[in-house]
Design a protein around this ligand. Structure first.
Ligand SMILES: NC(=O)C1=CN([C@@H]2O[C@H](COP(=O)(O)OP(=O)(O)OC[C@H]3O[C@@H](n4cnc5c(N)ncnc54)[C@H](OP(=O)(O)O)[C@@H]3O)[C@@H](O)[C@H]2O)C=CC1
Ligand SMILES: CC(C)(CO)C(=O)C(=O)O
Length: 331
């Protein structure tokens, strides 16, 4: 059984590398620059629990043809690249292959499904953070395995993921899981605008109030739409904004688990801005704006975060304090 990682970047190299370390047959498809980096330094995986793995002898390819024989394809490109990846996969994949989108946002599975009618396409979710440290080193900074839409076709792979230390949790209805993750990802722009590691950012009430405002707005819309987000954290999603607004000392005492984040961890949106790439803002906070529109409402806080990230993408960049940002979101 061959597993392909399609889009070998932060998440792809980490998840694929763990699978190889667990004994799975994995082919990585990604960019030449990443292949060169891995050829020069090898793949070095660490995690917040102290795991430290060196993975050698990777099969790294740069063309879609490399997945022609794959039985399971893990799609791990950024959301804006999904359409292109789907077209490439459609030209080479064998019928019946299983394709899982392990991407943030809600729509990637749909985009893949439309273009891959002969394959089994499932939506998945990565709850943890991976920092690309450069030189072939990738670090998992927060806890979690992998979540995925339930399907019998996944049965042959369950053991490989368990051996990789990234067990698959299957969900009959994955949409509430995706929305629950999206609620957490509403912090991505706040983190990117703060220019701080996640733990430093979430330690400050100013930034937490920004996230709480974005989550409150989203929760009201989800309620109107009849969607109840799944419970991914110790705290139900509905109670998160109230806890985020607590003063720092109280927050540290009552929500210490939320700060149990590796000091290096950042968000993928911060990484995108840092690398001068287009971010996934349209697929995260932009999704909330679209939900509001579909209900004949508005989502001003999330719309403002979209606008601010657009401005950062165009440059020049600046670091916002929590209070400055909160004022902007409320203006
Ligand atoms: N990083 C994280 O901590 C987390 C990320 N996620 C989600 O996982 C997904 C992947 O994120 P991440 O790993 O950070 O992204 P990266 O940008 O690090 O990795 C994606 C890689 O795929 C490459 N790529 C794009 N299109 C193709 C293609 N058609 N064929 C081959 N390679 C391609 C990209 O190259 P290029 O840059 O040249 O386009 C890039 O190297 C996103 O949806 C993200 O939101 C979820 C949880 C945590
Ligand atoms: C894990 C989390 C929420 C934060 O790193 C993420 O999904 C991301 O960075 O995109």
């Amino acid at each position: 059984m061959t597993i392909a990682v399609y889009g070998a970047g932060g998440i792809g190299c980490y998840v694929g590398g763990r699978l190889v370390a667990g004994g799975a047959d994995v082919v990585f498809v990604g960019r030449q620059r990443v292949g060169d980096e891995l050829a020069e330094h090898g793949l070095h995986l660490t995690d917040y629990l102290g795991a430290d793995l060196r993975v050698d002898g990777l099969r790294f390819e740069t063309t879609p043809a490399a997945v022609a024989e794959a039985d399971l394809v893990l799609v791990m490109v950024k959301s804006a690249a999904t359409e292109g990846a789907a077209d490439e996969l459609a030209a080479v994949l064998k019928p019946g292959a299983v394709v899982v989108s392990f991407q943030n946002g809600l729509r990637n599975g749909e985009v893949l499904r439309e273009r891959l009618p002969e394959q089994i396409v499932l939506s998945g979710m990565v709850p943890f953070n991976v920092l690309n440290k450069g030189g072939g080193a990738f670090h998992q900074g927060t806890e979690g395995g992998l979540d995925v839409q339930e399907h019998a076709a996944l049965t042959p792979y369950v053991e490989a993921f368990a051996k990789a230390g990234l067990p698959l949790t299957q969900h009959a209805d994955v949409l509430p899981v995706q929305w629950a993750k999206l609620l957490l990802n509403l912090n991505n722009p706040v983190n990117a605008l703060s220019d701080l590691p996640l733990r430093d950012e979430l330690s400050q009430r100013g930034y937490r109030r920004c996230l709480a405002a974005a989550q409150d707005e989203t929760l009201k819309l989800l309620q109107a739409k009849g969607i109840r987000p799944a419970r991914l954290t110790a705290l139900p999603a509905e109670r998160m904004p109230m806890v985020l607004r607590l003063p720092d000392a109280l927050f540290r005492r009552l929500a210490s688990k939320m700060l149990a984040i590796d000091p290096y961890a950042r968000t993928s949106m911060w990484e995108d801005l840092q690398a001068g790439r287009r971010t996934e803002i349209d697929y995260l906070n932009g999704e909330v704006v679209r939900l509001a529109e579909s209900l004949g409402r508005t989502a001003p806080v999330n719309a403002k975060l979209v606008e601010l990230i657009r401005a950062e993408e165009a440059g020049p960049r600046r670091a916002w304090t929590g209070d400055e940002l909160y004022k902007q979101l409320r203006s």
